[in-house]
Write a protein that binds this ligand. Structure first.
Ligand code: ZN
Ligand code: ZN
Length: 140
Protein backbone atom coordinates (compact mmCIF):
# COMPACT_ATOMS: atom_id res chain seq x y z
CA UNK A 1 0.00 0.00 0.00
CA UNK A 2 2.01 2.99 1.22
CA UNK A 3 4.65 4.85 -0.71
CA UNK A 4 7.80 5.69 1.17
CA UNK A 5 10.97 7.56 0.57
CA UNK A 6 14.45 7.12 1.86
CA UNK A 7 15.83 9.87 4.01
CA UNK A 8 19.54 10.18 4.24
CA UNK A 9 22.30 12.14 5.81
CA UNK A 10 25.12 13.15 3.46
CA UNK A 11 27.54 13.67 6.32
CA UNK A 12 27.59 10.27 8.01
CA UNK A 13 25.66 8.20 5.47
CA UNK A 14 22.74 7.41 7.76
CA UNK A 15 19.67 6.39 5.74
CA UNK A 16 16.31 5.08 6.67
CA UNK A 17 12.75 5.14 5.43
CA UNK A 18 11.66 6.90 8.58
CA UNK A 19 11.57 10.63 8.20
CA UNK A 20 13.39 12.30 11.02
CA UNK A 21 13.94 15.93 11.60
CA UNK A 22 17.59 15.35 12.46
CA UNK A 23 20.02 12.59 11.66
CA UNK A 24 19.98 10.38 14.76
CA UNK A 25 23.71 9.89 14.51
CA UNK A 26 25.31 13.24 13.73
CA UNK A 27 22.41 15.68 14.03
CA UNK A 28 22.49 16.97 10.45
CA UNK A 29 19.25 17.64 8.64
CA UNK A 30 18.42 14.57 6.52
CA UNK A 31 17.59 14.89 2.83
CA UNK A 32 14.88 13.04 0.99
CA UNK A 33 15.96 10.62 -1.69
CA UNK A 34 13.68 11.27 -4.62
CA UNK A 35 12.77 7.72 -5.38
CA UNK A 36 9.41 6.27 -4.53
CA UNK A 37 9.53 3.04 -2.60
CA UNK A 38 6.46 0.96 -3.06
CA UNK A 39 5.72 -1.93 -0.74
CA UNK A 40 9.10 -1.51 0.84
CA UNK A 41 8.39 -4.12 3.48
CA UNK A 42 7.63 -6.78 0.88
CA UNK A 43 10.98 -6.64 -0.87
CA UNK A 44 13.82 -8.98 -0.13
CA UNK A 45 17.13 -8.10 1.47
CA UNK A 46 18.80 -8.41 -1.95
CA UNK A 47 16.35 -6.03 -3.59
CA UNK A 48 16.74 -3.60 -0.76
CA UNK A 49 20.53 -3.60 -1.19
CA UNK A 50 20.07 -3.03 -4.90
CA UNK A 51 17.79 -0.08 -4.16
CA UNK A 52 20.22 1.41 -1.69
CA UNK A 53 23.25 1.15 -3.93
CA UNK A 54 22.63 4.38 -5.93
CA UNK A 55 21.64 6.14 -2.73
CA UNK A 56 24.89 5.17 -1.04
CA UNK A 57 26.82 6.31 -4.12
CA UNK A 58 25.01 9.62 -3.94
CA UNK A 59 25.92 9.97 -0.28
CA UNK A 60 29.55 9.10 -0.87
CA UNK A 61 29.86 11.62 -3.70
CA UNK A 62 28.40 14.36 -1.59
CA UNK A 63 30.91 17.13 -0.73
CA UNK A 64 30.17 17.04 2.99
CA UNK A 65 30.39 13.25 3.26
CA UNK A 66 32.77 12.22 6.01
CA UNK A 67 33.98 8.62 5.62
CA UNK A 68 35.40 8.60 9.15
CA UNK A 69 32.02 9.57 10.53
CA UNK A 70 30.43 6.91 8.37
CA UNK A 71 32.78 4.24 9.74
CA UNK A 72 32.07 5.39 13.26
CA UNK A 73 28.35 5.19 12.56
CA UNK A 74 28.67 1.65 11.18
CA UNK A 75 30.62 0.54 14.26
CA UNK A 76 28.15 2.19 16.63
CA UNK A 77 25.29 0.59 14.81
CA UNK A 78 26.85 -2.86 15.02
CA UNK A 79 27.46 -2.37 18.70
CA UNK A 80 23.90 -1.21 19.13
CA UNK A 81 22.58 -4.24 17.24
CA UNK A 82 24.68 -6.59 19.33
CA UNK A 83 23.49 -4.94 22.50
CA UNK A 84 19.87 -5.14 21.52
CA UNK A 85 20.30 -8.83 20.72
CA UNK A 86 21.93 -9.32 24.11
CA UNK A 87 19.12 -7.37 25.76
CA UNK A 88 16.56 -9.45 23.97
CA UNK A 89 18.18 -12.64 25.25
CA UNK A 90 18.57 -11.45 28.80
CA UNK A 91 14.95 -10.33 28.97
CA UNK A 92 13.96 -13.46 27.07
CA UNK A 93 11.26 -11.52 25.34
CA UNK A 94 10.91 -14.00 22.54
CA UNK A 95 12.16 -17.54 22.65
CA UNK A 96 11.55 -19.73 19.67
CA UNK A 97 10.27 -23.25 20.23
CA UNK A 98 12.97 -25.71 19.03
CA UNK A 99 10.29 -28.15 17.90
CA UNK A 100 7.76 -26.14 15.92
CA UNK A 101 9.64 -22.79 15.71
CA UNK A 102 6.71 -20.92 17.16
CA UNK A 103 7.46 -17.79 19.15
CA UNK A 104 4.32 -18.24 21.16
CA UNK A 105 6.26 -19.35 24.23
CA UNK A 106 6.26 -18.52 27.91
CA UNK A 107 8.69 -18.93 30.76
CA UNK A 108 7.81 -21.69 33.21
CA UNK A 109 7.77 -20.29 36.72
CA UNK A 110 9.92 -21.87 39.46
CA UNK A 111 6.77 -22.82 41.37
CA UNK A 112 5.36 -24.59 38.37
CA UNK A 113 8.59 -26.53 37.94
CA UNK A 114 8.49 -27.60 41.57
CA UNK A 115 4.88 -28.62 41.20
CA UNK A 116 5.52 -30.85 38.22
CA UNK A 117 8.53 -32.38 40.01
CA UNK A 118 6.33 -33.33 42.94
CA UNK A 119 3.63 -34.59 40.68
CA UNK A 120 5.72 -36.80 38.44
CA UNK A 121 8.69 -37.52 40.65
CA UNK A 122 12.29 -36.55 40.13
CA UNK A 123 12.43 -38.14 36.72
CA UNK A 124 9.97 -35.60 35.39
CA UNK A 125 10.82 -34.46 31.94
CA UNK A 126 9.88 -31.00 33.03
CA UNK A 127 12.88 -30.80 35.32
CA UNK A 128 15.30 -28.22 34.07
CA UNK A 129 12.96 -27.14 31.33
CA UNK A 130 12.36 -23.44 31.42
CA UNK A 131 10.13 -22.70 28.50
CA UNK A 132 6.75 -23.86 27.41
CA UNK A 133 5.46 -23.64 23.84
CA UNK A 134 1.81 -22.70 23.71
CA UNK A 135 1.50 -23.94 20.14
CA UNK A 136 2.77 -27.51 20.33
CA UNK A 137 2.78 -27.87 24.12
CA UNK A 138 6.47 -28.84 24.36
CA UNK A 139 8.68 -27.84 27.25
CA UNK A 140 12.30 -27.09 26.62
ZN1 ZN B 1 24.32 11.96 9.92
ZN1 ZN C 1 6.27 -25.64 19.71
Amino acid sequence: MGVDYYYYCTKCGWHDILNREWCPFCGEKPKRYDYKLENFFDISEEERKELERPLIELIEKSPDFDPKLRDKRVIERERYNKESIKRMYSNKVQVTCPYCHSQNTRKIGAGERMFSTNLFGLGSSNLGKQWHCKDCGSDF
